[in-house]
Design a protein around this ligand. Structure first.
Ligand code: WT7
Length: 644
């Protein structure tokens, strides 16, 4: 890691906004930064005023660390702001969602279409007994109905908890149980690389022994045969069939919960991150407009899955709050061929494109010929999110995809922050490949050392509350305080390492805790370890990330076995599939290394640093605190033998 950081900081190239981009950009100068610094609350309030409230707030911020309330006393409805406001305001017949399925089917929903669909499903949910404050789990393909279901929940004040379709039945069960959801909305299946992901079957498996769920609503996507014989099963079509196209939006308190989203932390149990209505909407609205320089004529495409926070903020709430035209695609980038994304950009004349470094590195590997086959001249801005982007990938992205004319915005944020925190403003900021540059106006970020003093290199913290910040972990205020606020009381600890350069630019260095980023997906090493020790053959497990050219990290599991089990290829495969069953294929270990013992300190702590050294083939760091140095030596020999 250190070596690539040095390379990053030596990265000397800079890119000023072009005159032609700057001319029409929403932000052209430093004024917003100055305004926000002068009066942060007034600045955020000016954003809030651009949305529709049925009751105005009495106070912008109530901050009792670590608990914040924004736009206190205000009332609004997220679905009204994302849909009705535009229907009434002149965008009735503008495309809201342009969708393409993996097999090539197409649908377009105007804002008026979206309004009808949202209202009918909202009425359907009510008819199923859903009330304000109830949790609804959405385990769905990337189809318009997922956005419709989210907005329908928001309309009636139900709290959605979207679970990524790549999670396994067991992971789904854990999330349903934690949120005590009353309803699960799913589909028969979902297309991925020409295969069908059996969502309904997974849901049935997940619901064994679950008592909170009263109904399972199933959208017919693939048409494959599914078992609808359960007492809770209902088809989506039947839920909406006789429902009216009008549904009065519930006036929600600004601090009422909008959604829950589970993410991995440094323990085995996923955290239900709580986001509230007013702050989420204001933060997503503002950042989408300025960072993507979003205009009415744009066709905006964020390639994330809505199962992750990026999809929540930058497919649904941010762009729709702005009245944008959003492209949504169901499937894989390499299906049926490695130019599917470029085909889509050409076909729909996409102008803003937002994707992840892991995808960009895959495109680089597949070669320039694929994008070169297509007319990408509609593009005017490119974005990146999810992990640090290496300067090579950044430069390739700008040149090959952006034709050298599009600004690249590298956007840093987290599930917890709710919206982008550090990013260029494309009409203002001089870009440096590999740097997320500087905090968005109104965000106070700092890099500090162990003592909390500003440092060139250290921990990234946020020093004051912001509208979209998480309001806690569902059902666990103590964990919320401990994880994010205990190291530096009053400051939010991000869990990321960061450097500042001589211009004050931020260079993100990745996680400093036990969170792993694999292809941009967030995994907890402890979660994978618990999945492994759940297998009868496993005594102990330690999971680490090893540098990977495309995925950023590969998952490496060091495993010691119980008496009577042999660490052979068959068991290795079985353990990898066991992790898939417990969590999902996104967590499947790339390597399983069997060892008689794991290297531990005398106090019994597993020394992951040494495991990382072994996996990455480095000479071992300090081993003086090891209880038994022979363990590491033999492990290193063994690993090198296996690699050879
Ligand atoms: C973690 C949060 C933010 C939405 C998608 C991921 C890493 C995210 C960047 C970036 C360097 C980044 C951080 C962060 N990360 N964006 N532009 N540069 N690192 O959300 O799953 O909650 O993951 O992703 O490590 O802490 P998430």
């Amino acid at each position: 890691m250190e070596k690539s950081i040095e390379a990053l900081l030596k990265e000397g190239r800079t890119f000023k906004p072009s005159a032609s981009f700057r001319k029409d950009a929403w932000v052209r100068d430093e004024k917003p930064y100055r305004d926000a610094a002068k009066n942060r609350l007034k600045y955020w309030e000016s954003w809030a005023k651009q949305l529709h409230w049925t009751q105005k707030w009495s106070k912008v911020l109530d901050w009792r660390p670590p608990f914040a309330k924004w736009f206190v006393g205000g009332k609004l409805n997220a679905s009204f702001n994302c849909v009705d406001r535009h229907v009434e305001g002149g965008r009735r017949n503008k495309a809201a969602l342009i969708w393409e399925g993996e097999p090539g089917d197409e649908r377009t929903l105007t804002y008026a279409d979206l309004q009808r669909a949202v209202c009918r499903f909202a009425n359907g949910l009510k008819a199923l007994g859903v009330q304000k404050g109830d949790r609804v789990t959405l385990y769905m393909p990337m189809i318009p109905e997922l956005a419709v279901a989210m907005l329908a929940c928001a309309r009636i004040g139900a709290i959605h908890s979207v679970v990524f379709g790549g999670f396994s039945a067991e992971a789904l069960r854990e999330r349903i149980n934690d949120s005590q959801s009353k309803i699960v909305v799913t589909a028969d299946g979902s297309y991925r690389r020409g295969q069908i992901v059996p969502l309904k079957k997974n849901t049935d498996e997940a619901l064994v022994g679950v008592s909170s769920v009263e109904k399972v609503v199933v959208f017919r996507r693939t048409g494959q045969a599914v078992d609808m014989g359960g007492p809770r099963d209902v088809w989506w079509d039947d839920v909406v069939k006789d429902q009216p196209c009008v549904c009065e939006p519930e006036p929600m308190d600004s601090e009422d919960m909008l959604y829950l989203l589970y993410t991995s932390g440094s323990t085995g149990k996923p955290k239900g991150v709580k986001h509230t209505t007013g702050g989420t909407l204001v933060g997503c609205f503002a950042t989408t407009k300025w960072i993507f320089d979003l205009k009415d004529e744009d066709v905006y495409w964020c390639t994330a899955d809505i199962g992750w926070v990026t999809g929540h903020s930058y497919i649904v709430y941010g762009p729709l709050a702005n009245g944008a035209t959003v492209l949504m695609y169901e499937g894989a980038p390499d299906w049926p061929d490695k130019d599917r994304f470029w085909t889509l950009i050409e076909k729909y004349r996409v102008s803003i494109f937002y994707t992840a470094p892991t995808a960009i590195r895959a495109f680089m590997k597949w070669g320039e010929a694929w994008p070169r086959k297509h007319d990408l001249s509609s593009l005017r801005l490119l974005g990146s999110v999810g992990e640090p982007i290496n300067p090579e990938a950044w430069t390739w992205y700008r040149q090959v995809i952006g034709g050298g004319r599009c600004p690249v915005v590298d956007t840093w944020w987290q599930t917890e922050t709710g919206h982008i925190m550090i990013s260029p403003l494309p009409g203002v900021t001089t870009l440096k490949p590999g740097s997320a540059t500087r905090p968005f106006p109104g965000i106070e970020a700092e890099v500090v050392d162990e003592q909390g003093k500003p440092a060139q290199s250290g921990y990234l913290v946020i020093k004051s509350p912001w509208p979209g910040m998480l309001r806690g972990i569902y059902g666990d205020d103590e964990r919320y305080e401990q994880v994010y606020w205990s190291k530096y009381p009053g400051w939010y600890l991000t869990g990321d390492g960061c450097k500042r350069d001589k211009n004050g630019y931020f260079w993100l260095l990745g996680r400093v805790d036990d969170v792993l980023k694999v292809s941009g997906h967030r995994l907890s090493t402890m979660e994978i370890e618990s999945a492994l020790v759940d297998h009868k053959a496993v005594a102990e497990a330690a999971v680490i990330g090893k540098h990977h050219e495309i995925k950023e990290n590969a998952v490496v599991a060091f495993v010691s076995l119980r008496h009577g089990y042999a660490g052979d290829d068959r068991l290795s495969k079985e353990l990898r599939e066991h992790v898939v069953k417990k969590i999902g294929s996104l967590a499947r270990p790339d390597d399983v290394i069997f060892t008689v013992e794991l290297p531990k300190t005398r106090s019994g702590k597993i020394m992951r640093r040494l495991l990382r050294d072994i996996a990455e083939g480095r000479t071992l760091g300090d081993t003086t605190t090891l209880a038994d140095a022979a363990v590491v030596r033999s492990l290193k020999e063994k690993y090198e033998g296996q690699e050879a």
